[in-house]
Design a protein around this ligand. Structure first.
Ligand SMILES: Cc1cc2nc3c(=O)[nH]c(=O)nc-3n(C[C@H](O)[C@H](O)[C@H](O)COP(=O)(O)OP(=O)(O)OC[C@H]3O[C@@H](n4cnc5c(N)ncnc54)[C@H](O)[C@@H]3O)c2cc1C
Ligand code: FES
Ligand code: FES
Length: 1321
């Protein structure tokens, strides 16, 4: 078949939110996300990663099937959905669900009112996932709800409030949803509440919610139904700038096309081809979309199994298998069960809804979760090419390893045949991934055994692994050798040895990752062995003993359940005026707009006439001289306007905040991978990126390349000054101590992973060198200062505006200033508006994050556990420029004592200068690292003395001990651990004293500006930035109290350098404290001016007074100011008062680990915090929970991996796992301690943004406790070192057993020795 050059390109017809869209020039490279945002100006759907990994872009797709007359609604990631695939479909976006202009939908309302949004950037995606579920299941079960959210990430909330909103839709009551009487069903449980204490546990009232009424939803467009029913199906062609899309309607046509274009991929879900084209530079001029062909969508039961079309979505396969399992006898459905097991956790729902069964198989990725189990089960592939049909075993496509050509290029997969299992046949599938859900596996496996009838003699055995090497592999030799053997200990022993011998992994033994994968391979087989042994017992209890009861629990995988949660806070005094909102759980001021998608972020701003897009060209070398930059090819790309380099910077290209400079464009030398060398501006982001890829930079490598702390120490590469904190006499103290522990711990770095990537828009105003900058930053003043300096204009020409920020966590300060300078320099040169929105990949590669730490410590203590001397050194990986690294190191020193009194202390902090992107501020600012170090040596001492690490602390501690029922649960855990061999539980309680302060008075100054208009409405502004922490909500609450008017009269528009100059950064938990004081000051000034008028007319209304004030020429505008806290630190003298007050807290966490895989489940966390008098308990509890879950990420999951050349591997949510819904504790309670008075902050409150983060380490220590339990039982060495993040790999390695021993010894020859069926190993 010739390429249909003559055939006219079709008009693409589809609907968006009930509106018909006819696209005459549909471009196959255009994804729905960009189309919605740029073409249709529907900016509610967000970009978070572009690769299907975050769910920010979730939309609902509805299609109509004329044969069955059924409408199918499913959620999908718009970022991977080609618009060409939408012919005849209806798309619903968050704007179509509800809006403030018409009516908000119950999902939007409940998410907002349950405080389910903070920065709001993930919220439209959450709304769409929940909405789609409700369209299909108006009363879903909690499992359905949890599954629907597995593909949506939120970096702010910690998910609890989102799930609270979800629960209100669920059929079964998970908890009673906190009735307004303040009682919850969980109150019955002894651990949660003291019944005497009348405290509220409700942050929202369900009584206010509108009911869900399915009849109110947008209907499927009748025109599309008619089109589907009446229009004859025809082949569709769409031609773009570079790519042609062909969608045939018959198999014959498809085979002709494949014969003509054998290299053209078939695109169904685009979840494999899409990321390849987007991220890996793969290009396909022709794409063939076969999804409409009936043969590829078959569902057929035959005598020996089930045949499913290759284009069936994974969700459909999941549903079909679920139904089949319910329908057929258990004996026949073991293969189905094993496949279903993998499908449950494969990707998120949005991926499964579009990804095809055939696509997963044929892409032959080593990480396919389906191929090992399908191959092991003898599934067949029905292939076709022009004039030919054949059937092959699925396992054949892996027979010769990667790149084999079992399937011809012109051949296609029509369907897959899954056989029924037989009598005496057992099938299982296993996987271990960095996160339980929505994460590609590290290693997986599919295993099957068939026994000679009525015996345990192996007739046929199949073992397949994924993730181990670059494709699915079969342990063929092993299986052959074991055929004919009995299913017993000897067989197991030999199987493990043979598997390790047969499957060789790239990398060497001793390489941790290789060892882990190998351990998993044998551990999976062992689990299969246990499962089958148990099944044999069920079949014939007389002959087969089964497995010991203590082994039983390991056969159950961890499940994600709807968490139970409770929040306890202090109610306001009954005497408080009902209008006064302070102390009440008021909804976030923007929450409804977050949920409707109306909240505007930088990339949602409408485009400015003539606007250009900027793409940065970054260094691919960690340390090199720039020999030449060749932009000639880039300039030839269509739409390219210019290339900007260091030569275009009118004034400062470097900023000297300390000795070493921060650099905008690299000039002669690059000092890390990801450093900006130059930038391309073009008429679209696509053109800018295409051109940026064509800039050629020639480098000459420079030595040394320093990436790690160890290398920095070796090369003596540090930023100055080095800091020392010393008190008492450490050397003398060490002479008198009873014991000493020494050790070291590494704490890995962490990416901010704010959902809104770095974003800015620079708009030159055309006169007097003025420029407007719209930036996603937490520090507009520094943006103004840096941009003005780089352009060589006074700061008064640069106006920086921030409406809201989609998450920042410390990452949008100095680094953002450099990026804004790049955009401003480009705007200045081109005299055009320039938009710079980093892709997730660029954001992660170009920018640093939290500082990795290496701590070495020596601690002296007495036999009774008293710690009398500490000598420690902290090495902090600062990256390639200083940024705020020395400050981070200082704070880590000043806060290192946490809740402990250490009489003799000497601690050094060194900031290492390396060739990694510069690390910067991150929530907690050094404390999460140094606090972990301290807790580590406390635990070391506890281990050594045999004393429990529980500490005698303040009220928080006692309350946490009591609320968590620590002692009784410790007993229960000991009991559990006795009864379970391969699963263990652990518990830990961690105290926290979090000092509040910024160290210098001028850093905590703040200002506010309040205008009252003659209609009585109030416009409030201040220097704080809204990035999810609810600062504007709290400021309005404060103004409402001060002016004694309802919150609804007060509006906040934006933070800007034009209204509040020189505002300090919104950092260090200080935003509310300092800006609140300024707002209060401004309001009090106004009220003072109004006082005479009020006194004269005490019964008048606010509006009366304001009108009168205007008539009397009383100024209705006032500024407010706060000078800052009296804090200082003199490092030379080693003295000072760096902090103003302390927050206290304690968290108790319980976990369960799977010793065979290293996997774990967070079972329960109880947090008690003293945060003074909360201004808004909903916001404050949200901050505690969100920070805590981010802490879980740092301490247990988020792992950065670099190449030996310093390039980041973990560049997006696919490789870098932040906590998802499955990671939050199954029981999660937060209690705010009854108010303690804090004289230093507004209304006796305390700044809460950061403190909860550190408490995430309670999970780290609970895991450590569980590992200790394993080691004690197995008689292993008591002292062992664990680093952060404490991943499954580390847990598995420390739960040493015969399997890990096989890695240490020569695995091929060692045996499992004592591992057997009935005895404990
Ligand atoms: C965020 C994300 C998470 C994921 N998580 C997981 C996971 O946890 N586990 C896992 O196993 N997978 C995972 N995947 C991979 C996903 O399952 C596969 O990408 C998907 O199944 C491929 O199907 P598709 O229809 O999207 O393929 P497409 O991208 O449309 O096509 C894939 C390839 O298969 C070929 N192909 C498709 N159909 C046929 C056919 N009928 N005949 C011949 N060739 C064909 C195409 O030519 C193409 O080369 C994930 C993917 C993403 C993006
Ligand atoms: S932007 Fe689409 S999944 Fe992240
Ligand atoms: S509210 Fe979810 S990412 Fe900010």
């Amino acid at each position: 078949m010739a390429l249909p050059a003559a055939a006219a390109a079709e008009e693409l017809v589809f609907y968006v939110n009930g509106r018909k869209i006819i696209e005459k020039n549909a471009d196959p490279e255009q994804m729905l996300l960009a189309y919605l945002r740029k073409r249709l100006c529907l900016t509610g759907t967000k970009y978070g990663c572009g690769g299907g990994g975050c769910g920010a872009c979730t939309v609902m797709i509805s299609t109509y099937e004329p044969a069955s007359k059924k409408i199918r609604h499913y959620s999908a990631n718009a970022c991977l959905l080609p618009i060409c695939s939408l012919y005849g479909a209806a798309v619903t976006t968050v704007e179509g669900v509800g809006s403030t202009k018409s009516r908000i939908h119950p999902v939007q309302e409940r998410l907002a009112k349950c405080h389910g949004s903070q920065c709001g950037f993930c919220t439209p995606g959450m709304v769409m996932s929940i909405y789609t579920l409700l369209r299909n299941h108006p009363e879903p079960t909690s499992e359905q709800m949890i599954a629907a959210l597995a593909g949506n990430l939120c970096r702010c909330t910690g998910y609890r409030p989102i799930l609270d909103a979800c629960k209100t839709f669920c059929k079964e009551s998970i908890c009673c949803q906190r009735k307004t009487n303040g009682k919850c069903c969980l109150d019955q449980e002894d651990y949660l509440l003291d019944n005497e204490e009348k405290v509220p546990t409700s942050l929202f009232s369900t009584d206010e919610f509108q009911p869900l009424d399915p009849t109110q939803e947008l209907i499927f467009p009748p025109e599309l139904m008619r089109m589907a029913e009446n229009q004859p199906k025809q082949t569709l062609f769409f031609r773009g700038e570079r790519v042609t899309w062909i969608s045939p309607i018959s198999l014959v046509e498809l085979l002709d096309l494949k014969a003509a274009y054998p290299k053209a991929p078939l695109v169904v879900g685009n979840t494999s081809v899409g990321p390849d084209m987007k991220f890996r530079g793969v290009f396909h001029p022709i794409l063939i979309a076969p999804a409409r062909i009936p043969d590829l969508n078959v569902l057929k039961y035959t005598n020996d199994g089930l045949t499913l079309g290759a284009a069936c979505s994974l969700s459909l396969v999941k549903d079909i298998l679920t139904n089949a399992i319910a329908e057929f006898p258990e004996e026949k459905t073991r293969v189905f069960c094993a496949v279903l097991q993998q499908l449950r956790t494969l990707g998120g729902e949005q991926i499964r809804n579009v990804a095809s069964f055939g696509g997963n198989i044929i892409s032959r990725k080593s990480t396919s979760d389906l191929n090992p189990v399908l191959a092991a089960s003898n599934c067949m592939l029905n292939l076709a090419s022009r004039g030919q049909r054949r059937q092959i075993l699925l396992s054949d496509i892996f027979a010769d390893g990667v790149g084999n050509n079992t399937i011809m290029p012109e051949e296609i997969l029509v369907s897959i045949h899954i056989p029924y299992s037989r009598n005496g046949e057992y099938v299982s599938a296993f996987r271990q991934a960095p996160r339980q859900e929505n994460a590609l596996p590290i290693t997986n496996a599919g295993m099957r055994v068939l026994f000679e009838e009525g015996t345990d003699v192996i007739k046929d055995l199949s073992i397949f692994y994924g993730g181990a090497v670059s494709t699915t592999v079969c342990a063929k030799q092993t299986c052959c050798t074991l055929t004919g053997r009995h299913w017993n200990k000897q067989m197991l022993d030999e199987a493990c040895r043979l598997v390790l011998k047969e499957i060789t992994l790239p990398g060497s033994t001793g390489d941790e990752n290789v060892d882990y994968k190998k351990t998993l391979m044998v551990s999976f087989f062992y689990r299969f062995f246990l499962e089958v042994s148990q099944s044999l017992k069920t079949m014939d209890p007389c002959h087969y003993p089964g497995i010991p009861v203590e082994y039983g629990s390991v056969l159950q995988d961890f499940k994600t359940r709807m968490p139970q949660s409770i929040q306890i806070y202090q109610d306001v005094e009954p005497s408080q005026s009902p209008q006064d909102p302070v102390g009440r759980p008021v909804m976030h001021q923007s929450a409804i707009k977050h949920a409707t998608g109306e909240a505007v972020y930088i990339d949602d701003l409408p485009s400015v006439d003539g606007e250009l897009f900027l793409a940065a060209v970054t260094s691919s070398r960690a340390h090199a001289k720039i020999v030449s930059i060749d932009t000639s090819e880039a300039l030839k790309v269509a739409g390219v306007f210019d290339v900007i380099t260091a030569h275009d910077v009118p004034a400062a290209n470097e900023f000297h905040f300390s000795d070493d400079p921060e650099i905008i464009f690299a000039r002669n030398e690059v000092i890390c991978v990801g450093q900006i060398v130059c930038a391309v501006v073009a008429d679209s982001d696509v053109h800018a990126k295409q051109a940026a890829a064509k800039v050629k930079i020639e480098y000459e490598m420079l030595e040394p390349v320093i990436l790690t702390i160890e290398e920095a120490i070796k090369h003596n590469s540090f930023f100055e000054p080095k800091r020392k904190l010393e008190q008492g006499n450490v050397d003398e103290a060490f002479e008198t101590v009873d014991n000493v522990v020494e050790g070291e711990i590494c704490v890995g770095g962490q990416k901010h992973f704010y959902m809104e990537t770095q974003s800015m828009l620079a708009v030159p105003k055309g006169e007097d060198k003025e420029m407007d900058l719209y930036v996603s930053t937490q520090h507009p003043a520094i943006i103004q200062e840096m941009v003005a300096a780089s352009l060589g204009v006074p700061a008064n020409r640069i106006m920086c505006h921030v409406k809201r920020v989609g998450g920042a966590f410390g990452g949008k300060i100095l680094r953002t200033g450099l990026l804004a300078s790049v955009a401003a320099v480009a705007a200045n040169k081109t005299s055009r508006a320039v938009r710079l929105i980093l892709s997730r990949e660029d954001d992660m590669v170009m920018l640093g994050g939290r500082h990795p730490f290496l701590a070495k410590y020596k601690v002296g203590f007495m036999n009774d556990g008293r710690i009398t001397a500490v000598d420690a050194k902290y090495y902090v990986n600062g990256g390639c420029t200083p940024d705020e690294s020395v400050l981070v190191a200082e704070v880590s020193l000043l806060k290192m004592d946490n809740a402990y009194k250490i009489p003799n202390l000497r601690c050094w902090a060194y900031v290492c200068k390396t060739n990694l992107p510069s690390n910067t501020a991150f929530r907690g600012f050094g404390f999460p690292q140094s606090g972990l170090v301290t807790e580590t040596w406390i635990t070391d001492i506890a281990d050594k003395t045999g004393l429990s690490p529980e500490k005698n602390l303040i009220r928080c501690w006692n309350e946490c001990m009591e609320k968590s029922a620590y002692y009784s649960r410790r007993t229960a855990i000991n009991e559990f651990n006795k009864q379970n061999y391969w699963k263990k539980r652990g518990i830990a309680i961690v105290p926290m004293k979090f000092p509040f302060g910024l160290g210098t008075p001028y850093l905590s100054q703040a200002a506010a500006l309040v205008h009252i208009y003659t209609d009585g409405s109030v416009l409030l502004t201040h220097g704080g930035i809204e990035m999810g922490q609810g600062i504007h909500t709290k400021m309005i609450q404060i103004a409402s109290r001060e002016l004694n008017i309802p919150m609804s009269c007060i509006h906040f528009c934006e933070t800007s350098t034009t209204t509040v100059p020189n505002a300090c950064a919104s950092v260090g938990s200080a935003g509310t404290d300092v800006n609140g004081m300024a707002v209060k000051d401004a309001c009090q000034t106004l009220l003072k001016r109004l006082q005479p008028i009020i006194e004269k007319n005490p019964t008048g209304t606010w509006n009366d007074w304001i009108r009168e004030a205007f008539k009397q020429s009383v100024s209705l505008s006032a500024t407010g100011y706060f000078r800052g806290y009296n804090e200082y630190m003199d490092w030379e003298k080693g003295e000072g008062q760096p902090f103003t007050y302390f927050l206290f807290g304690a968290a108790c966490s319980e976990v369960e680990i799977n010793c065979l895989t290293g996997d774990h489940k967070n079972l329960r966390t109880d947090i008690v915090m003293d945060i003074g008098c909360s201004i808004n308990p909903a916001v404050d509890i949200g901050q505690i929970e969100g920070a805590f879950v981010q802490g879980i990420g740092l301490y247990t999951m988020e792992e950065l991996k670099y190449s030996s050349e310093g390039a980041l591997y973990t560049r997006g949510p696919d490789q870098y796992k932040i906590p998802a819904v499955c990671d939050i504790p199954e029981q999660f309670s937060v209690s705010l301690l009854s108010p303690s008075q804090n004289p230093y902050a507004i209304y006796a409150s305390k700044g809460i943004g950061e403190a909860g983060f550190f408490l995430g380490c309670s999970v780290f220590f609970a895991l450590r406790d569980a590992v200790t339990g394993v080691r004690n039982e197995r008689g292993l060495k008591k002292t062992f070192a664990l680093n952060s993040p404490l991943t499954a790999e580390q847990i598995r390695a420390n739960c040493a057993d015969a399997f890990t021993e096989m890695m240490e010894n020569n695995e091929a020859s060692s045996s499992l020795g004592h591992i057997c069926v009935n005895d404990k190993p």
